[in-house]
Design a binder for this molecule. Sequence first.
Ligand code: NI
Length: 181
Amino acid sequence: MALLKIARMGNPVLNVVAEPVEDPTAPEVRQLVADMLETMDDANGTGLAAPQVHVSKRIVVFFVDGGRDAREGGEGDGVPLTIMINPEIETLSEEMETGIEGCLSIPSMMGDVPRYTHIRYWAYGLDGKRFEREASGFHARVVQHECDHLDGILYPHRIEDMKSFGFNDELMRTFQAEDEE
Ligand code: NI
Protein backbone atom coordinates (compact mmCIF):
# COMPACT_ATOMS: atom_id res chain seq x y z
CA MET A 1 0.00 0.00 0.00
CA ALA A 2 1.18 3.46 -0.80
CA LEU A 3 -0.08 7.01 -0.80
CA LEU A 4 -0.13 8.31 -4.36
CA LYS A 5 0.59 11.84 -5.53
CA ILE A 6 -2.55 13.68 -6.61
CA ALA A 7 -2.41 15.59 -9.91
CA ARG A 8 -3.78 19.13 -9.72
CA MET A 9 -5.71 21.06 -12.34
CA GLY A 10 -3.29 22.10 -15.07
CA ASN A 11 -1.61 18.70 -15.20
CA PRO A 12 -2.25 17.25 -18.69
CA VAL A 13 -3.11 13.79 -17.27
CA LEU A 14 -6.40 15.32 -16.09
CA ASN A 15 -7.35 16.53 -19.56
CA VAL A 16 -7.21 13.34 -21.63
CA VAL A 17 -9.66 10.50 -22.18
CA ALA A 18 -8.49 7.55 -20.06
CA GLU A 19 -7.94 4.06 -21.52
CA PRO A 20 -10.29 1.17 -20.71
CA VAL A 21 -8.94 -1.51 -18.36
CA GLU A 22 -8.42 -4.76 -20.27
CA ASP A 23 -8.58 -7.14 -17.31
CA PRO A 24 -10.33 -5.83 -14.16
CA THR A 25 -9.06 -8.87 -12.21
CA ALA A 26 -5.36 -8.23 -12.95
CA PRO A 27 -3.12 -7.98 -9.86
CA GLU A 28 -1.83 -4.55 -10.89
CA VAL A 29 -5.41 -3.25 -11.01
CA ARG A 30 -6.02 -4.60 -7.51
CA GLN A 31 -2.83 -2.91 -6.29
CA LEU A 32 -3.72 0.42 -7.92
CA VAL A 33 -7.22 0.35 -6.40
CA ALA A 34 -5.80 -0.40 -2.93
CA ASP A 35 -3.46 2.58 -3.26
CA MET A 36 -6.28 4.79 -4.56
CA LEU A 37 -8.46 3.88 -1.56
CA GLU A 38 -5.63 4.69 0.84
CA THR A 39 -4.96 7.99 -0.96
CA MET A 40 -8.65 8.97 -0.98
CA ASP A 41 -9.01 8.15 2.70
CA ASP A 42 -5.87 10.11 3.61
CA ALA A 43 -7.10 13.15 1.63
CA ASN A 44 -10.63 12.91 3.09
CA GLY A 45 -12.10 12.68 -0.39
CA THR A 46 -15.53 11.42 -1.42
CA GLY A 47 -14.18 9.96 -4.64
CA LEU A 48 -11.03 9.54 -6.65
CA ALA A 49 -10.41 8.68 -10.30
CA ALA A 50 -7.23 6.99 -11.57
CA PRO A 51 -6.18 9.98 -13.75
CA GLN A 52 -6.03 12.01 -10.52
CA VAL A 53 -3.15 9.77 -9.41
CA HIS A 54 -1.41 10.02 -12.80
CA VAL A 55 -2.80 6.75 -14.19
CA SER A 56 -4.84 7.28 -17.35
CA LYS A 57 -7.13 4.27 -16.87
CA ARG A 58 -10.92 4.05 -16.49
CA ILE A 59 -11.10 3.35 -12.75
CA VAL A 60 -12.87 5.31 -10.03
CA VAL A 61 -13.55 4.76 -6.34
CA PHE A 62 -16.07 6.59 -4.17
CA PHE A 63 -17.93 6.46 -0.90
CA VAL A 64 -20.81 8.56 0.43
CA ASP A 65 -21.38 8.56 4.15
CA GLY A 66 -25.00 8.68 5.32
CA GLY A 67 -24.69 12.02 7.14
CA ARG A 68 -23.24 13.71 4.09
CA ASP A 69 -25.92 12.15 1.90
CA ALA A 70 -28.67 13.55 4.16
CA ARG A 71 -27.06 17.02 4.29
CA GLU A 72 -26.89 17.06 0.50
CA GLY A 73 -30.59 16.30 0.23
CA GLY A 74 -30.35 12.53 -0.34
CA GLU A 75 -32.17 9.72 1.44
CA GLY A 76 -29.43 9.53 4.08
CA ASP A 77 -28.56 5.92 3.28
CA GLY A 78 -25.15 6.85 1.93
CA VAL A 79 -23.37 4.65 -0.59
CA PRO A 80 -20.96 1.88 0.40
CA LEU A 81 -17.38 2.07 -0.77
CA THR A 82 -17.60 1.37 -4.49
CA ILE A 83 -14.91 0.45 -6.99
CA MET A 84 -15.83 0.99 -10.63
CA ILE A 85 -13.80 -0.23 -13.56
CA ASN A 86 -14.79 0.86 -17.09
CA PRO A 87 -17.99 2.56 -15.83
CA GLU A 88 -20.79 3.74 -18.09
CA ILE A 89 -23.61 6.16 -17.30
CA GLU A 90 -27.09 6.54 -18.76
CA THR A 91 -29.26 9.48 -17.76
CA LEU A 92 -32.80 8.51 -16.73
CA SER A 93 -34.30 11.99 -16.84
CA GLU A 94 -33.48 15.31 -18.45
CA GLU A 95 -33.85 16.99 -15.07
CA MET A 96 -30.73 18.71 -13.76
CA GLU A 97 -29.90 20.25 -10.42
CA THR A 98 -27.12 22.61 -9.40
CA GLY A 99 -25.05 21.76 -6.33
CA ILE A 100 -21.72 22.56 -4.73
CA GLU A 101 -18.72 20.43 -5.71
CA GLY A 102 -15.09 20.27 -4.80
CA CYS A 103 -12.27 18.08 -6.09
CA LEU A 104 -8.99 16.77 -4.69
CA SER A 105 -7.30 18.02 -7.87
CA ILE A 106 -8.50 21.58 -7.17
CA PRO A 107 -7.71 22.01 -3.48
CA SER A 108 -9.49 24.61 -1.31
CA MET A 109 -11.99 25.56 -4.01
CA MET A 110 -15.60 24.82 -4.82
CA GLY A 111 -18.35 25.80 -7.23
CA ASP A 112 -21.94 25.24 -8.33
CA VAL A 113 -22.24 22.48 -10.92
CA PRO A 114 -25.36 21.32 -12.79
CA ARG A 115 -25.77 17.51 -12.88
CA TYR A 116 -28.45 15.05 -13.94
CA THR A 117 -30.62 14.09 -10.98
CA HIS A 118 -31.36 10.49 -12.04
CA ILE A 119 -28.92 8.10 -13.65
CA ARG A 120 -28.24 4.41 -14.13
CA TYR A 121 -24.65 3.20 -14.18
CA TRP A 122 -22.72 0.04 -14.88
CA ALA A 123 -19.16 -0.95 -14.06
CA TYR A 124 -16.94 -3.94 -13.44
CA GLY A 125 -15.68 -4.77 -9.96
CA LEU A 126 -12.31 -6.26 -9.05
CA ASP A 127 -13.94 -9.70 -9.35
CA GLY A 128 -14.54 -9.02 -13.06
CA LYS A 129 -18.32 -9.03 -12.58
CA ARG A 130 -20.44 -6.28 -14.06
CA PHE A 131 -22.88 -4.55 -11.71
CA GLU A 132 -25.64 -2.04 -12.28
CA ARG A 133 -27.19 0.61 -10.04
CA GLU A 134 -29.62 3.47 -10.20
CA ALA A 135 -28.70 6.67 -8.43
CA SER A 136 -30.28 10.02 -7.66
CA GLY A 137 -29.32 13.18 -5.80
CA PHE A 138 -25.86 13.38 -4.28
CA HIS A 139 -25.03 9.77 -5.21
CA ALA A 140 -25.73 10.57 -8.87
CA ARG A 141 -23.67 13.78 -8.58
CA VAL A 142 -20.63 11.94 -7.21
CA VAL A 143 -20.76 9.30 -9.95
CA GLN A 144 -21.03 11.94 -12.69
CA HIS A 145 -18.15 13.96 -11.19
CA GLU A 146 -15.85 10.93 -10.93
CA CYS A 147 -16.71 9.54 -14.37
CA ASP A 148 -16.09 12.99 -15.90
CA HIS A 149 -12.46 12.61 -14.77
CA LEU A 150 -12.19 9.60 -17.12
CA ASP A 151 -13.12 11.84 -20.05
CA GLY A 152 -10.74 14.66 -19.15
CA ILE A 153 -13.49 16.86 -17.69
CA LEU A 154 -13.10 18.75 -14.42
CA TYR A 155 -16.06 20.27 -12.58
CA PRO A 156 -15.12 23.92 -13.36
CA HIS A 157 -15.64 23.07 -17.07
CA ARG A 158 -19.33 22.52 -16.26
CA ILE A 159 -19.95 25.56 -14.07
CA GLU A 160 -22.51 27.89 -15.60
CA ASP A 161 -22.23 30.78 -13.16
CA MET A 162 -18.50 31.36 -12.68
CA LYS A 163 -19.28 33.71 -9.78
CA SER A 164 -20.15 30.54 -7.81
CA PHE A 165 -16.54 29.28 -8.24
CA GLY A 166 -14.10 30.33 -5.55
CA PHE A 167 -12.14 29.52 -2.44
CA ASN A 168 -13.94 27.47 0.20
CA ASP A 169 -13.38 29.90 3.07
CA GLU A 170 -14.49 32.95 1.05
CA LEU A 171 -17.63 31.22 -0.25
CA MET A 172 -18.51 29.81 3.19
CA ARG A 173 -18.25 33.32 4.61
CA THR A 174 -20.54 34.59 1.86
CA PHE A 175 -23.12 31.81 2.50
CA GLN A 176 -23.09 32.58 6.23
CA ALA A 177 -23.63 36.28 5.56
CA GLU A 178 -26.54 35.43 3.23
CA ASP A 179 -28.06 33.12 5.87
CA GLU A 180 -27.95 35.90 8.44
CA GLU A 181 -29.74 38.37 6.19
NI1 NI B 1 -12.70 15.33 -8.73
